[in-house]
Ligand binder design. Sequence first.
Ligand SMILES: [Zn+2]
Length: 313
Amino acid sequence: MTDTSNEVVLAYDLGGTKMIAAAIDGRGNILDLQKELVKKDQGMNVVLDQLIQLAQPILQKYPQIQKVAMASAGPLDPGRGELLDPTNLVTVGKSWGVVPIAQILSDGLKLPVQLENDAAAAVLSNHWVGEGKGTDNLLMLTLGTGLGVGVIANGQLVRAGRHLHPEGGHIILNCSDKTALCGCGNYGCAEAYLSGVGFCTRYAKSIGEDYVKGQEVMRRAEAGETAALNAFTEYSEMMAQAIASFVVLFAPEKVVFAGGFSASHHYWLKATEVRLEQLLARRRSGHDLVPQLEVAQLNEHMVVLGAARIAMQ
Ligand SMILES: [Zn+2]
């Protein structure tokens, strides 16, 4: 890789509720950062203009910026720079359809713009300046509203065919489990069990409630409530199964957990480790495929840093 340490790029993190634009240098220092709530209720064109306006003070301060990248929740097409009917960006129930967002921003900013999946940005960020630094075979699981999966193998970001992001959150662990409806419409996806929202929904259903927050489930587990303890037991089992599948596909040396729900790791991580060792018992000779499991420090700028890394590549 060329020396990019003096380079400054413009990076975006476009989420369902907030957007961030930042000037970031080649060492991962955030030089300037602007943040706003996404005005999605006012429609797509307002949001697109909002993104362009958010960057203006940054571009005036750092006129040397030549490259821009945006990380966003999928589904999206990084190769074509298009959002594909984004799940989290909907205006009063109306879908946005296919949005050529990289081209629209590029026209507005007069600079080239790359688009990337936020889970890919997260793993690149972690490999650059986080727990995964120095680990060239790395799997990152982001536990939040969804289950984000990002993979680096042999030092490179892993892509699916057609330059798409490998949507690891939707590998099916148990399609006959009608209690585990996923946001994608299928039953039994990894995301239905392992996202923070999936976990909380399943626990609540098991006790006849609508929804219980993760903090509260942890409190109940701490108090010894059987349903809460069972929910975490299931979580550790499904997590081990999902990781075992990712391991046989990608052979990561390290698995890093991030996202808000990773704060619950005290209740499932040890059991996941034990179960994973059982599942991979025959995968230890030659290359020992049992990966190290680690929880990332919470970093609200993880995704925007990954976007900067993408802009520099
Ligand atoms: Zn799914």
